[in-house]
Ligand binder design. Structure first.
Ligand code: XIL
Length: 374
């Protein structure tokens, strides 16, 4: 095996990419991971996804949690090495920030912002307006008389607190369904203009942070209606001079939903770019539901899927940010959200439980390497 010190970054990448596609990937990768001098482990030190992406003018990073970042040193080092942008997984959501209607608690969010600053990493915030992660008091408290003020004050206070410190914000998250605007407390209590108002308020509170409209399953091949509605929503907002600046495509990839159609996705991204918007991939992960029971086959499938997706979206130069929803299988929301039926731990992210890189890591590095310059 090669010594990590003597192999070049590109060579290491080639090695692991080859492992990803090889029929004996499971054995080879297991062997590689068991060997400290292996290309796989050498790779985690020599290749940084953040650096790979930066070379093309793309910002790459991950969702993070304060608890793991502050308690798990090797994990924190991995994030610092791999990421140029982080997003607090829950620390900037209403539920965390607003224990009571009249109190804000910024401690956890502040901690992440400080940590990121001290490592030269920028921060994306989620989410100013979302129907989930609302505090328990919200339902009984918000009504038609106070909802507008409640939302506006929330945005003013939170965006104002972090003014000058944020790269970008998910201003509205998951506001659309295939049937039209999603029925959320904000829509019910404020009316359809809640989105415009949220973007305007954010722009006033921090003119510099990039304002994102973020949504899910945009890439799914069957979701033509959602893509059409989304395009219309963005066009309409822009024609009303609503200051939306980017579309966030979450990218919780699921091969079990029918997959994505590269041609449709490319065409859609072109249209969004044609509106003058940036495109962020905000929550990339791969549901690990394949019936295969050997890790090599599962990892190879996920790597292939991710590379197909990323290489498709990165062809579009308006895609400027890629954020994974976690970096290591050690911390992934999918362990709870979508566990495997065979009880095996899920493996949706670039690094495994032991923080060793997996084929999907190499696939992502290759997609960044192959991407055109921004
Ligand atoms: C998820 C977090 O990862 C979980 O820890 C939390 O329990 C629920 O929210 N779409 C989003 C993210 O926009 O904010 C969600 O994050 C995942 C789905």
């Amino acid at each position: 095996m090669f010594s990590p010190k003597t192999i070049s970054r590109r060579h290491a990448l080639k090695q692991l990419t080859a492992l990803a596609g090889a029929p004996l990937a499971a054995n080879l990768l297991a062997q590689a991971l068991a060997d400290n001098n292996s290309p796989a482990n050498g790779l985690s030190n020599s290749v940084s996804l953040g650096d790979e992406a930066s070379r093309k003018g793309i910002l790459y990073g991950s969702a993070v949690g304060k608890a793991s970042l502050s308690l798990d040193q090797p994990y924190a080092e991995l994030i610092a090495r791999q990421c140029k942008i982080v997003v607090p997984e829950s620390e900037m959501k209403w539920k965390t920030l607003r224990p009571t209607p009249d109190r804000y608690v910024f401690d956890a969010g502040d901690w992440i912002v400080r940590w990121a600053e001290s490592h030269g990493i920028v921060v994306h915030g989620t989410a100013l307006v979302w129907h989930e992660a609302l505090p328990a008091w919200f339902e009984g408290y918000a009504n038609k008389n106070n909802a507008r003020e409640l939302m506006v004050n929330h945005i003013k206070t939170v965006v104002g607190h972090y003014v000058g410190k944020m790269h970008s914000w998910d201003v509205v998250n998951e506001g659309l369904l295939e049937t039209g605007l999603r029925d959320t407390p904000f829509l019910r209590l404020i009316g359809p203009e809640y989105m415009d108002l949220a973007f305007q308020t954010t722009a006033e509170a921090d003119p510099k942070a990039i304002r994102v409209y973020n949504d899910m399953y945009v890439e799914e091949s069957n979701n033509d209606v959602k893509r059409r509605l989304l395009l219309k929503l963005l066009e309409d907002m822009l024609s009303r001079k609503v200051p939306v600046q980017a579309l966030g495509i979450q990218g919780h990839l699921r091969s079990d939903m029918g997959g994505f159609d590269a041609k449709k996705l490319r065409a859609f991204l072109r249209q969004v770019a044609g509106l003058g918007l940036q495109i962020f991939i905000t929550e990339l992960d791969m549901r690990d539901q394949s019936p295969a029971n050997d890790v090599g086959t599962r990892d190879a499938a996920i790597a292939r899927y991710c590379e197909d997706f990323l290489s498709t979206v990165l062809e579009e130069k308006a895609v400027t940010v890629v954020i994974s929803w976690g970096l290591t299988d050690r911390y992934t929301w999918l362990s709870g959200k979508a566990p495997r039926s065979d009880g095996q731990p899920v493996r949706p992210l670039p690094f495994d439980q032991n923080l060793a890189p997996k084929p999907v890591f190499a696939a992502m590095a290759k997609a960044f390497d192959d991407a055109p310059n921004r």
